[in-house]
Design a protein around this ligand. Structure first.
Ligand SMILES: NC(=O)c1ccc[n+]([C@@H]2O[C@H](COP(=O)([O-])OP(=O)(O)OC[C@H]3O[C@@H](n4cnc5c(N)ncnc54)[C@H](OP(=O)(O)O)[C@@H]3O)[C@@H](O)[C@H]2O)c1
Length: 164
């Protein structure tokens, strides 16, 4: 039997959990430091996203990663398209799988109970008019969270939460 790669969620959120607004991000754009952190974390791995998140990416595919989109319709430019998240998670052979959004995909990932850890950039401000949010951690996710402050910018924390 094949062993599944580790499966992580990655997101940037406000303190209350807001992640999206009107099909895009609530904040203007991620900082250079945020982008570097995200790129280093997900480098040479699979990034799995919902069709709406794929549409929202300003530059795609994400360079140096296996771009996987969950959609019921064909998606041009993706490396793989799967009709559901479970099929994707069971099929991908890679060193790690990062589920990168949006809300619908995060909810499905928690429902499947296959998430090993959650990487987050947690901003210190709230944003108005948000319509997409991080779902709460599942009950069995009895967590240990490591939180650290950005060294160069006081606007955010980085955090990693995993099952003990
Ligand atoms: N802050 C962050 O870290 C972050 C990260 C990513 C996204 N976002 C934001 O989140 C928002 C997008 O999230 P979203 O929840 O609207 O959409 P999404 O999760 O990106 O994509 C939803 C789409 O994925 C497909 N899908 C496949 N399986 C599904 C399932 N089990 N349940 C629901 N949909 C499924 C459907 O596409 P088809 O109709 O094609 O089948 C559905 O319309 C945007 O505002 C984006 O900017 C924020």
């Amino acid at each position: 039997m094949d062993i599944l790669p580790p499966i992580f969620i990655v997101c940037t959120r406000s303190p209350s959990g807001a992640i999206g607004k009107k099909g895009g991000l609530p904040w203007k754009r991620p900082s250079k430091e945020n982008l570097t952190w995200f790129r280093c974390l997900t480098d040479s791995s699979a990034v799995v996203m919902g069709a709406s998140t794929w549409k929202s990416l300003p530059k795609k595919p994400l360079y140096g990663r296996i771009n996987v989109v969950i959609s019921s319709v064909p998606i041009e430019g993706a490396d793989y398209v799967f009709p559901d998240l479970m099929k994707a998670l069971l099929s991908l052979q890679t060193k790690a799988i990062y589920i990168i959004g949006g809300q619908a995909l995060f909810e499905e990932a928690y429902r499947l109970g296959m998430v090993d850890g959650v990487y987050e950039i947690i901003l210190k401000s709230e944003y108005e008019g948000c319509d997409r949010f991080m779902p709460p951690l599942p009950d069995d996710f009895d967590v240990h969270t490591k939180l650290w402050e950005s060294e160069s910018d006081e606007r955010w924390f980085y955090s990693y939460t995993f099952k003990i």
